[in-house]
Design a binder for this molecule. Structure first.
Ligand code: COI
Length: 354
């Protein structure tokens, strides 16, 4: 399919101070758009000036949330070139989410080419400052003007770009996480493994209550017994207990994170014992009491590696590794960002050059 390009007549001013970008507030000059209609398939691929879209107030995505999204980043290397980290994994996962949400599949190779074209066009928006990157948000929404509940016949696929800094205002400093005991994020047979808006909407109540207690994020327990650890919502979670690196296994209610998968590969490659298994909050608390909980950290595209300094479970507040970044968290951060920013060789073949 051909990609038509319409350039903006009003390019925006780029951010002057890249240390103050924040996360996800600023958008570039152009976006990629493509339509789907039953009977026609995906068509009308185009890069157009970034701007508002017009939707019927009855558009199905607004009522029943039939949408999916992805998150990845473009990084600027020391020689000024721009590169992506495992983008094929994002589009593969997008189709897994599509399948769950009854949204038509995309051609993974075509949308990767479209993304490369868009990022190439917006190359000057990729930040030059250490720690900042161009956050990429591909997403699909259902657009039929209809208030009945059914899979739609019309969709919009879009990619928007946002020059961004760290997801958490604390940067690489440890975050405070609150173990949610009342609400749940996902259940067996639900949508936990898909990257769809519903999983994030459902998490807001817990996050709001955590914020009121001065905690940044919520650690979700399983939706049946509220005993086994699942994920944080904005990232997957890892524990280092007595030298073993443990992360909850993918049982269908946890997002299969690309940074999670990469962190597992790096740890195994460096000779650490890594287990993907069920881990209960009791096991974590016991390890803490026994002095064996060495590190806790989250992994995510936006969050990269985020050490957890405080973990609150009911009245128990666990201070992990003296609220400092641990050895494995630091190693993973250095390795991942080293590969992403081209400071380390791409030994795993994860980089796609623009
Ligand atoms: C990402 O890490 O890219 C995500 O999509 C998580 C989102 C909460 C920012």
């Amino acid at each position: 399919m051909e990609i038509k390009i319409e350039l903006t007549k009003n390019p925006k001013e780029k951010p002057q101070d890249e240390t103050k970008l924040g996360f996800g507030h600023i958008f570039t000059d152009h976006m990629f758009v493509m339509n789907y209609d039953t009977g026609m398939g995906w068509h009308d691929a185009r890069i157009v000036p970034y701007g508002e879209i017009s939707l019927s107030p009855a558009a199905m995505c607004l009522h029943y949330g039939q949408e999916i999204f992805e998150g990845l980043k473009a990084y600027r290397t020391a020689d000024g070139s721009v590169q992506l980290f495992r983008p094929d994994e994002n589009f593969k996962r997008m189709n897994v989410s599509n399948e769950r949400m009854v949204i038509p599949a995309i051609d993974e190779e075509f949308v990767l080419e479209a993304l490369k074209k868009l990022v190439k066009l917006e190359e000057d928006w990729v930040p030059h400052t250490e720690g900042a990157s161009l956050y990429i948000r591909p997403f699909i929404i259902s657009t039929d003007p209809y208030v009945g509940v059914k899979p739609a016949d019309h969709y919009l696929f879009m990619i928007i770009l946002s020059p961004s800094g760290a997801y958490y205002s604390t940067g690489l400093n440890p975050v405070k996480i609150y173990v949610e005991q009342k609400y749940v994020r996902a259940v067996r047979g639900g949508t936990g493994f898909a990257k769809t808006a519903a999983n994030y909407a459902i998490s807001l109540k817990g996050q709001d209550e955590a914020h009121k207690q001065d905690y940044e994020q919520v650690l979700w327990l399983d939706g049946v017994e509220q005993k086994y650890i699942e994920e944080v919502g904005s990232m997957n979670i890892f524990f280092v207990i007595d030298g073993e690196v443990i992360t909850p296994k993918l049982t269908g209610s946890v997002l299969p994170g690309i940074t999670r998968k990469s962190a597992i590969e790096i740890c195994k490659n460096k000779g650490y014992k890594v287990s993907e298994r069920r881990i209960s909050i009791e096991e974590v608390a016991k390890a803490y009491d026994d002095g064996k909980l060495d590190e806790v950290f989250g992994t995510g595209t936006a969050a990269v590696i985020s050490p957890v300094g405080h973990l609150k479970w009911g009245d128990k507040v666990m201070t992990i590794n003296d609220n400092k970044i641990g050895e494995i968290s630091q190693m993973l951060y250095d390795t991942l960002t080293g590969i992403q920013w081209g400071k380390l060789p791409d030994d795993y073949n994860w980089i796609v050059k623009i």
